[in-house]
Design a protein around this ligand. Structure first.
Ligand SMILES: [Zn+2]
Length: 280
């Protein structure tokens, strides 16, 4: 069974190149990419949603305001993931479920634009976040106002026991054959955010790993340049982040898998709604 994967973005934030392990502090754009995964039997699914106006409404004070000051964001001209899909000829009503790779604001701000979709999320990540104080939630760049009020009723949970270590599918990583047909695996990518997972597609033209935010800059990864230590506080678990990054770098060096990161500039070449004047 083979799925198709399409790439879109809902806007971008700006930050210095060194933020992602690049050289120098020249400001550049970090696009908030989301995916449309179409399964021939199961239907259409989103992977995250990127920004929407809700992001600005939910980050007007405290840590939210600070994060906006550090990472100034701009919406796509079509406002949010639903608008972007419409502009590309995709009816947002056809989206059956949304995979939430992690609960950072730049990945979940469009959830409310899909009132009929279900959500595929890691139960342990949600439980962990729910147990935190408001301040600690905001330190994890999670703002509950971004969540649909009926999120838990619409959630289809991924359990920790769903993940196993396979000798054939990305050895060294815990993965989960989501549909049980080998077309797409969720991949545990600890460190960046509570419970982050990526997605591995073995059957597209070349096997592809969408590693979400486990790295922001794949060129820097090739050069062995991790983000500066001073910025490691942005990661949920710095030790786990470094371990995951090192494992991904080994995989990258093998050059047998197409690796794609959400905010990496290389990903823009795949994005359908990128503008002719988009620069970074
Ligand atoms: Zn993130």
């Amino acid at each position: 069974m083979t799925v198709s994967v399409r790439f879109f973005n809902s806007g971008y934030c700006r930050q210095g190149n060194a933020m992602s392990g690049g050289k120098g502090w020249k400001w550049r754009r970090y696009y908030a990419v989301f995916l449309l995964v179409s399964h021939p039997v199961k239907g259409s699914f989103l992977v995250d949603t990127g920004y929407s106006q809700d992001f600005f409404d939910a980050t007007r004070w405290g840590m939210g305001l600070l994060s906006r000051w550090m990472l100034p964001a701009t919406l796509d001209q079509h406002h949010d993931a639903a608008g972007v899909l419409r502009s590309c000829g995709v009816d947002p009503e056809t989206v059956r479920s949304i995979f939430i790779t992690h609960f950072h604001a730049d990945h979940i701000s469009g959830l409310k634009r899909f009132p009929n979709a279900r959500f595929i999320a890691r139960r342990s990540a949600w439980s962990h976040l729910a147990s935190l104080s408001a301040w600690r939630k905001s330190q994890e760049l999670f703002f509950p106002a971004l969540m649909p009020i009926d999120f838990e009723q619409r959630a289809d949970w991924v359990e920790e026991t769903d993940f196993t270590v396979s000798s054939s599918i990305l050895p060294g990583f815990r993965s989960f054959d989501f549909w049980g047909d080998g077309s797409m695996f969720l991949v545990d990518l600890p460190g960046h955010a509570i419970g982050q997972y990526g997605l591995f597609f073995p059957g597209v033209s070349r096997p592809m790993l969408y590693l979400v935010d486990a790295a922001w800059n794949l060129e820097a990864m090739r050069l062995g340049r991790m983000i500066p230590s001073a910025l490691m506080f942005l990661q949920h678990d710095a030790k786990a982040y470094r371990e995951t990054w090192a494992k991904l770098r080994s995989l990258q060096a093998e050059d047998r898998i197409d690796m794609v990161a959400c905010h990496c500039r290389e990903t823009q070449a795949r994005v359908e709604n990128r503008g002719a004047n988009d620069v970074d």
